[in-house]
Design a protein around this ligand. Structure first.
Ligand SMILES: Cc1cc2nc3c(=O)[nH]c(=O)nc-3n(C[C@H](O)[C@H](O)[C@H](O)COP(=O)(O)OP(=O)(O)OC[C@H]3O[C@@H](n4cnc5c(N)ncnc54)[C@H](O)[C@@H]3O)c2cc1C
Length: 470
């Protein structure tokens, strides 16, 4: 009878009202007035129609325009973390997610100290640090010479700094989602287009859903990943293929893997492979290699066979064994995409009251493991800028949002440019050419002297959220 946008949270409430009014009128007709069903029932329906018509018509325009919400597309790391940051400063956000549940593609990821600082600001880090330990060491093996180098993480032993920790993606997403009020995420809600309209002199974001419904909000943050609908509305260039792909998977040894908690990497001949034992039973592993953008296998059994037959058979037995025992449900093979840094440096990262965060803003190759970490930073910075305006104005003022989002973008723009560039360069050096000069640069200069400098991006502190007094 009355589909409406969820901004007043009245959809289910109004449905319950309908049921009671309908029950009351039909009951009154049949039980009290003793009408025969079929005669008096028509009168009951007419009375029901009259009674509900004006109540729901009153609700719908209100629901469209009185939204003090921030709408976010995508319930990935960026979307959930931003919703948590906004909640901490007193703002309710609605997440629109096209999948029917939380998506944890990639099985696990590694979070560096910058991410842990962001998770600290969001009040979530303690839930994960109690589950996952830091690795004791990291080693890189040169597949051609057999030489092994230890990687020293800058800031080790410093509180909050030092070595990374890997976590299950699902556990990270759930730790964030748990912080949000019920119904904050609307699953199976695919956004097709976005735009803005002017309402009482201010810009309002408009989101068109695949099911034909339209949602309006004071702020829209596109956290919809690498193929972002919002980024394309902003006019940002589409991500490009790096010429490489990545295979990721999880291997679980129910009786325990018995390995030391050490990160191992193997580089050479255009490949970079590695594994991280991150709990007593779970090992996260990966391989990056040159490949065309199209034609990567999707079937996990084909991926595993392809790897064993063509990509990893010359790697140490330990790595091969991990791949052979992979949990097939976690195996993925994906082309590595990134947005050219100059397109981020000079592109529109926000327009009026619409912006982007996470991969929607800065898709990058995973060579520094910074995509998810920087999405968490984005969330805290967004929460700080929007939250400060919210606290100062006693609510979300649409007219102030272009300034607020502009400040957020300026804080993030050059960091994003540097991360995309550093990740690409790092990948190029680590698995690039097999020429004598390339090898010399990688083995003698990059790992010995430059890696520490590049890796210093992992020590970044995105700051805290403003304190709200209630
Ligand atoms: C091989 C590989 C290894 C990586 N390793 C690491 C690592 O170790 N550490 C690290 O920090 N990062 C790593 N990353 C990067 C990290 O995975 C991403 O940067 C991170 O997942 C981005 O999060 P996001 O929320 O921005 O996007 P996503 O995780 O892509 O989330 C976007 C969400 O939006 C939803 N969505 C998309 N379109 C729509 C729509 N139209 N309507 C509604 N919903 C929509 C999607 O369903 C999805 O849930 C790695 C990436 C790769 C490819």
């Amino acid at each position: 009878m009355h589909p409406m946008t969820p901004n007043l949270g009245q959809n289910e409430c109004a449905t319950l009202e309908d049921a009671v009014v309908l029950g009351h009128l039909i009951g009154d007709s049949v039980l009290i007035k003793r009408h025969v069903i079929g005669v008096g029932i028509c009168t009951s329906f007419e009375r029901y129609g009259k009674k509900r018509r004006w109540r729901t018509i009153g609700m719908m325009p209100l629901s469209s325009f009185l939204c003090d919400f921030v709408e976010q597309m995508g319930a990935g790391i960026a979307g959930l973390a931003t919703a948590v940051a906004l909640k901490r400063v007193g703002i309710k956000a609605l997440l629109l997610e096209r999948s029917d549940g939380l998506r944890a593609t990639g099985a696990a990821l590694t979070l560096f100290p910058n991410a842990w600082r962001a998770l600290d600001a969001l009040g979530v880090s303690h839930k994960l640090t109690s589950l996952y330990a830091r690795p004791n060491a990291a080693y890189v093996t040169n597949l051609e010479t057999g030489a092994i180098q230890e990687v020293v993480f800058a800031g080790n032993n410093v509180d909050g700094g030092g070595a990374p920790r890997s976590v299950h993606r699902k556990v990270l997403l759930e730790a964030l989602a748990e912080e949000l009020p019920a119904n904050s995420v609307r699953f199976s809600s695919k956004i097709t287009t976005t735009g803005t309209i002017t309402h009482e002199g201010s810009s309002i974001a408009v989101v068109n859903m695949e099911d034909g419904s339209v949602i309006k909000a004071k702020v829209l943050i596109g956290c919809d990943g690498v193929h972002s609908v919002v980024a394309s509305w902003l006019g940002l260039a589409a991500p490009v293929h790096s010429g490489r792909s990545a295979v990721r998977g999880l291997t679980v040894f129910p009786q325990g893997h018995g390995l030391k908690q050490e990160i191992r990497q193997f580089v050479g001949a255009g490949r970079r492979a590695g594994f991280v034992p991150f709990t007593d039973k779970d090992i996260y592993w990966f391989l990056t290699c040159p490949s065309p953008a199209k034609g990567t296998p999707g079937d996990p059994e084909v991926i595993q066979r392809e790897l064993i037959d063509n990509y990893v058979k010359d790697l140490p037995e330990q790595y091969l064994d991990i791949v052979k025992h992979a949990d097939l449900s976690t195996l993925t093979w994906a082309p590595l995409l990134f947005r050219q840094p100059w397109k981020v440096a000079f592109g529109n990262l926000c327009k009026q009251n619409i912006t982007v965060a996470g991969d929607a803003m800065h898709p990058m190759t995973p060579d520094l493991g910074q995509g998810g970490c920087s999405a968490l930073e984005d969330a805290v910075v967004l929460g700080r800028h929007i939250g400060t305006s919210f606290i100062q104005n006693g609510g979300l003022v649409p007219g102030d949002m272009p300034r607020v989002l502009g400040n957020y973008v300026e804080e993030r723009r050059w960091r994003a440019v540097w991360l995309i560039t550093g990740s690409y360069a790092s990948g190029w050096v680590q698995q690039g050419g097999s020429s004598w000069a390339g090898k010399f640069f990688r083995d003698t200069i990059f790992y010995r002297f430059l890696f520490r400098k590049v890796a210093s991006v992992m020590q970044y502190d995105c700051g805290k959220l403003p304190t709200v007094t209630i």
